[in-house]
Design a protein around this ligand. Structure first.
Ligand SMILES: [Zn+2]
Length: 284
């Protein structure tokens, strides 16, 4: 435990969250870390797990760099009677503690208090805004491409265009994406329907005059080699029928027969017809 009487004492978690480029992190509640259930499986992923955990919780931990004179709080040490060779050095312990805290953080932000803390940061636009013009400054949400640490750095997810972006500042290129995880953004959007609402307003605002490539006023066919590729990724259901179909697809494979599939493409029919007229000479 932190020794009393030291007025300038800063808890480890606070130090971590205030460190350079750590401003995406929220402080994890001490109770959350002290509950063993929340840490299930982490001991296999983090070297010097016990020492790292004690570091995060501000217990006194022996390191290989310590000499006996520097240990003042000898009576209350959790790590005892270990040979010096078994102890981590300070750099190793610091790395393990960062890794462990990051993995706990990824779990914490999917719990209710964690989600609330992250939502507050989201509200304040602390993660930045979507660079896409049609997203109209939609706030971004940190996300990991994988839950395995050491694979990818943190990315930012835009709930409006459903795309992910690299953070605008290179300072975040050292932050592991697994410290935020793949689950968090979806959960945040579902827990706070206001976010989906903000997206809907933006989508409806821009749907009318959707930007598309044009040549002398004619739209370029989507199938053309210079056409707007992957446009379907940003398409949203508009009519009631499309919305129903979207809802059916979200949780199950729709059992439509072939005829109805042909009918469903009618939404795009006018666009294709348009292009057929303009490219009529090519088709014949
Ligand atoms: Zn966006």
């Amino acid at each position: 435990m932190p020794s009393e009487g030291e007025e300038d004492y800063i808890p480890w978690i606070q130090q971590f969250c205030e460190a350079f480029a750590h401003d995406y992190f929220v402080p994890v509640a001490q109770e959350f870390i002290e509950d063993d259930f929340n840490l299930t499986g982490l001991s296999l992923q983090v070297p010097y797990y016990r020492e790292a955990l004690y570091t995060i919780l501000d217990y006194q931990v022996d390191t290989a760099d310590d000499n006996d004179a520097s240990i003042t709080n000898g009576g209350n040490r959790p790590v005892q009677n270990k040979a010096k060779s078994e102890l981590p050095n300070k750099a190793l312990l610091s790395h393990s503690a960062d890794l462990l805290y990051g993995l706990i953080h990824a779990r914490y932000i999917t719990s209710k208090p964690g989600l609330t803390a992250m939502a507050t940061k989201f509200e304040r636009n602390e993660f930045g805004s979507c660079p896409r013009y049609y997203c109209d400054g939609m706030h971004l949400i940190p996300v990991g491409c994988t839950d395995i640490p050491g694979q990818e750095t943190v990315r930012l997810y835009c709930p409006c265009c459903n795309d992910i972006y690299l953070p605008s500042s290179s300072r975040y290129l050292n932050i592991d994406g697994a410290f935020f995880g793949t689950t968090f953004p979806g959960l945040l959007v579902k827990m706070f329907p206001e976010i989906e609402n903000q997206c809907r307003i933006r989508i409806n605002k821009f749907n009318q005059n959707d930007f598309g490539l044009k040549l002398f006023g004619f739209r370029v066919n989507e199938l053309s080699s210079s056409g707007p590729r992957m446009k379907w990724l940003r398409m949203h259901p508009k009519t009631q029928e499309e919305k129903q179909e979207y809802e059916n697809c979200e949780f199950q494979v729709p059992d439509n027969d072939f005829d109805s599939e042909v009918e469903d493409t009618d939404g795009e029919g006018d666009l294709i017809d348009d292009d057929d007229k303009t490219m009529a000479s090519d088709d014949e």
